[in-house]
Ligand binder design. Structure first.
Ligand code: GAR
Length: 211
């Protein structure tokens, strides 16, 4: 059973990958201002330019890079290039925070077990990139947010944390997603901090934080 030691010395080095507004990134940037949090964002990577998340990185004086798939010969070359860029910042943990690309075999070989992804639904329900809309369409009364360790599938990896959110009668996709994101940011900050401070193990599909 893989056991990931608490990071020592703290603060742990986080590389955060983004594709959009970056409010989850911002929550990590804000948390890491407090020394006792135990983690700091050392770099932000994106698969596209001109997104608010990159401005957030720049405002926080955190280095960033942009690596579009279209700049690489094929998807495998992009995955290898992404792996090298991320590795150059020597992360203890990689956080996919609204990163709308699937990482591939090279990335998983290097960062498997050390990469978490945040998702706006209670997995295994509603994987993919339209989870709040899919939850509304299905008519569920409760949805939420999930933090999981990536594997080779689409939103299929071992689950680290989940938070529930009620669906209201008058919700549309945007209102539901915004309410999920509030809860999601708290879950992300709290769980990432615990993982680096206390260590964690992955036993099949079960993730346990601390000894
Ligand atoms: C978050 O809700 C995240 O879970 C979702 O994108 C949003 C990004 O928000 N990711 C996915 O849907 C991936 N399947 P943010 O850019 O404000 O952090």
């Amino acid at each position: 059973m893989p056991w990931f030691e608490p990071v020592s010395p703290l603060p742990a080095r986080l590389v955060v990958l983004v594709s959009g507004s970056g409010s989850n990134l911002q929550a990590l940037l804000d948390a890491s201002r407090i020394r006792s949090y135990g983690a700091k964002v050392v770099a932000v990577g994106a698969d596209r330019g001109h997104i608010p998340a990159l401005q957030r990185a720049s405002d926080a004086a955190v280095p960033s890079f942009v690596l579009p798939v279209a700049d690489c010969a094929d998807r495998a070359a992009w995955d290898s290039a992404l792996t090298e860029r991320v590795a150059s910042y020597r992360p203890d943990l990689v956080v996919l925070a609204g990163f709308l690309k699937l990482t591939g075999a090279a990335f998983l070989a290097r960062f498997g077990g050390r990469t978490v992804n945040t998702h706006p639904a209670l997995l295994p329900a509603f994987p993919g990139i339209r989870a709040p809309a899919d939850a509304l369409r299905h008519g569920v009364r409760v949805t939420g947010a999930t933090l999981f360790v990536i594997d080779t599938g689409v939103d299929t990896g071992p689950i680290v944390a989940q938070r529930a959110v009620d669906v209201e009668d008058d919700d549309d996709e945007q209102s539901l997603h915004e309410r999920i994101k509030k809860v999601e940011r708290g879950m992300l900050v709290e769980t990432v901090g615990q993982m680096v401070r206390e260590g964690y193990s992955i036993d099949g599909r079960r993730v346990r934080i601390g000894r």
